[in-house]
Design a protein around this ligand. Structure first.
Ligand code: ATP
Ligand code: MG
Length: 433
């Protein structure tokens, strides 16, 4: 026998029944986006490598070591599987002059690729939902984006405060960051003997990222470091305070984490993360912030922007951990077909029901004809269907089908085959939403 081929390490198949949870999450996300007036964008998975190098920053983890980059074998173009969604969305906006008539609220759902060590909650192909607001500078949209994530947790049945908690910070403006950066480098240089190799390497390239270290030996030095928030001017502080005031008024609890920095260079002013203690080291479920410089940096007409991205695998792991179940995807009815029943009768009847929106599963017959009624009823039970539609020879001869309740007690009833549209709704569960 030929060897079974396997998927690439760190890239997962999403199969039933797990895929039903994904579809449910995507449905909840799409409804949320419609409530807030965000429109869907779909941009390519492969982009020019330069987009991410220029967009995310050359000394970020992603660009330094996590990108799947390759050369197009036909023309030598340098290409990369997108490691995140924002740069591609901004590229598309610039390319199509999409902000010409005013700002936009957008969202995307799709796979991202990073060459990391695969582990629980960390994969090489993973999926993000992202929301981006382009063209608006005010703190109202920062606040809206955060409120929207809080609404998503509520929609999904996650408790804010215990399942997920919000950390926010302000990174100020480039000049403020520059002044802080100089003070920070001076502080770190004064304690150079306490820094690990990674920190030493980043001392001049990306000192802010050193504050994010998980190395316990460096905690003291990091805690004593000058805080960026103390370098913020009036306008930056006012922006930050306006965002916090909305969160306070809306009753969304948060913690100001003055050491919160994000992995990409493009952020300024508001940054935030939703973290959970329930997933071990992979605790960040969602992160975002303002990136007012990125559109211009990628060649567009200067315009402010803000957004977030969430990891769908981590969110689904968290939902599982907390015990949130997706709504059932069991069919309304399962057709049990006896040998000798004319197929056209069976199929036209269930088609008429499906046309009315009833979910009907047909048990396929093999080459030998239908399986025994007993084995079909077993499958009907296993499917979770509310009803079995029993196409037996006697019933069908009288122009009828037997409808047998599987989940609740109750008598089997006979329904006319010719008039399935009239009784279709009796098979459907009462609408809950
Ligand atoms: P981390 O610090 O965990 O590496 P990050 O800062 O690199 O996260 P972002 O680039 O902000 O993450 O991406 C947004 C979200 O996407 C993360 O909060 C996380 O939920 C998810 N995510 C990032 N990388 C991965 C991955 N390799 N596998 C699964 N989910 C991921
Ligand atoms: Mg990362």
């Amino acid at each position: 026998m030929a060897e079974i081929l396997k998927a690439v390490k760190g890239m997962n198949d999403i199969l039933p029944p797990e895929s039903a949870r994904w579809e449910w999450l995507e449905d909840v996300v799409r409804k949320l986006m419609r409530r807030y007036g965000y429109q869907n964008v779909r941009v390519p998975i492969v982009e020019p490598t330069a987009l991410f190098v220029r967009g995310l920053g050359e000394v970020t983890d992603i660009v330094e070591k996590e990108m799947y980059s390759f050369e197009d074998s036909l023309n030598g173009d340098k290409l990369t599987l997108r490691p995140e969604g924002t740069a591609g969305v901004v590229r598309a906006m610039n390319e199509h002059s999409f902000l010409y008539e005013g700002g936009k609220r957008l969202f995307y759902i799709g796979p991202m690729f990073r060459h990391e060590r695969p582990q629980k909650g960390r994969y090489r192909q993973f999926h993000q939902v992202g929301a981006e607001v382009l063209g608006f500078a005010g703190p109202d949209v920062d606040a809206e984006l955060i409120l929207m994530t809080a609404a998503l947790w509520r929609d999904l049945g996650l408790a804010i405060g215990s399942d997920v908690s919000l950390q926010i910070n302000s990174l100020g403006q480039p000049e403020e960051r520059k002044a802080h950066r100089e003070a920070l480098i001076a502080h770190l240089e004064a304690h150079i003997d306490l820094l690990d190799d990674e920190a030493k390497r980043r001392l001049h390239s990306n000192p802010l990222r050193i504050l994010d270290t998980k190395n316990p030996a460096m905690q003291a030095v990091v805690e004593a470091a000058p805080r960026l928030i103390d370098f913020l001017g009036e306008a930056s502080l006012a922006h930050f305070n306006a965002v916090k005031a909305v969160l306070d008024a809306a009753g969304v609890p948060y913690q100001v984490n003055t050491r919160l920095v994000r992995g990409m260079d493009y952020y300024n002013l508001t940054v935030f993360e939703w973290v959970t203690a329930r997933l071990g080291a992979q605790g960040t479920v969602c992160g975002g912030g303002r990136y007012d410089g990125l559109i211009e940096q990628l060649g567009g007409k200067p315009a402010p922007a803000v957004g977030w991205g969430l990891g769908m695998e981590r969110l689904l792991l968290l939902l599982e951990e907390v015990g949130v179940a997706a709504p059932s995807t069991a069919p309304d009815a399962f057709a049990v077909v006896f040998a000798g029943t004319p197929l056209p009768t069976v199929l036209t009847t269930i088609e008429a029901l499906r046309a009315q929106g009833v979910q009907v599963v047909l048990n396929p017959a093999g080459k030998e004809g239908p399986a025994s009624p007993k084995s079909q009823f077993k499958k009907a039970d296993a499917s979770g269907a509310r009803f079995a539609l029993v196409f037996g020879p006697d019933e069908v001869a009288q122009g009828q089908v037997a409808v047998k309740p599987l989940l609740e007690r109750g008598e089997q009833v006979l329904r006319p085959l010719a008039d399935a549209t009239a009784w279709a709704s009796t098979l459907q569960a009462p609408q809950t939403v």
